[in-house]
Ligand binder design. Structure first.
Ligand code: DX5
Ligand code: ZN
Length: 225
């Protein structure tokens, strides 16, 4: 099981004010955010469109914390170089749209980035059996990808626990990132189930004081773990 010190908090800028992105990022940096989660959507794999590599490149110039880019796009293999050039540290692709997942993971790592694989709520963890030793992080989706502000799907807790057991039993160091529907009041249960990294979008940026919210989440994890 993790300890509270190593749990990483990754605000998702999807719920930030896009007209004031740099200011929004400074707030969560001040609060002690560990990673910046960037949701890239193509309107095909998911029913929404967000941002691409040029915005990531601009964000890179205004932040000192690592960029964790979550690609919710078809043919992610076509964009690996663009996101690496933009300054991405961790690049995650979805298992459901990666026909040659092993090849994609290798390509991400060859470009010096950490590689992640995301699975939708309806995708079982056993699809990861063969690839797990190759990936740096698994993104367990606790909402159907496409939008911020959705409700946490409770079944995700059992998937996180099963994945944590699998990683431990296999002697691996793969991180578990959980994404979707996490708020300050349910983050502890997600971490106790086995998450190493928690993503919060609306749970941080739709609060009156995002900086204080990040601090509050950190306190919750430190006091209650
Ligand atoms: C959903 C995205 C999430 C989203 C989370 O498709 O991958 O990262 O921003 O937003 P909240 O925390 O509001 O559910
Ligand atoms: Zn995401």
């Amino acid at each position: 099981m993790n300890n509270s010190q190593s749990i990483q908090i990754a605000p998702s800028i999807l719920s930030a004010n896009f007209a004031k992105l740099a200011e929004e990022i400074y707030k969560v940096e001040e609060g002690g955010a560990d990673l910046l989660h960037v949701d890239v959507m193509d309107g095909h794999f998911v029913p929404n469109i967000t941002i691409g590599a040029p915005v990531v490149k601009s964000l890179k110039k205004v932040t000192r914390i690592p960029l964790d880019v979550h690609l919710m796009i078809e043919k992610p293999e076509n964009f690996i170089e663009d996101f690496q050039q933009a300054g991405t540290q961790i690049l995650t692709v979805h298992q459901e749209v990666s026909h040659h997942l092993h090849r994609i993971i290798q390509a991400i790592k060859e470009r010096g980035m950490k590689a992640g694989v995301a699975i939708n709520p309806s995708t079982p963890i056993n699809v990861l059996d063969c690839i797990l030793p190759e990936v740096d992080q698994v993104v367990v989706m606790s909402v159907n990808p496409g939008f911020g502000g959705q409700k946490f799907i409770p079944y995700a807790i059992s998937k996180i626990k099963a994945l944590r057991n699998l990683i431990t039993q296999s002697g691996l160091k793969t991180n578990i990132l959980v994404d979707g529907g996490i708020k300050p009041d349910n983050c502890l249960s997600v971490v106790k189930a086995g998450a190493d990294i928690i993503v919060l979008g609306s749970g941080i940026f739709h609060t009156p004081d995002p900086m204080e919210t990040v601090k509050k989440i950190r306190n919750t994890l430190e006091l209650k773990m």
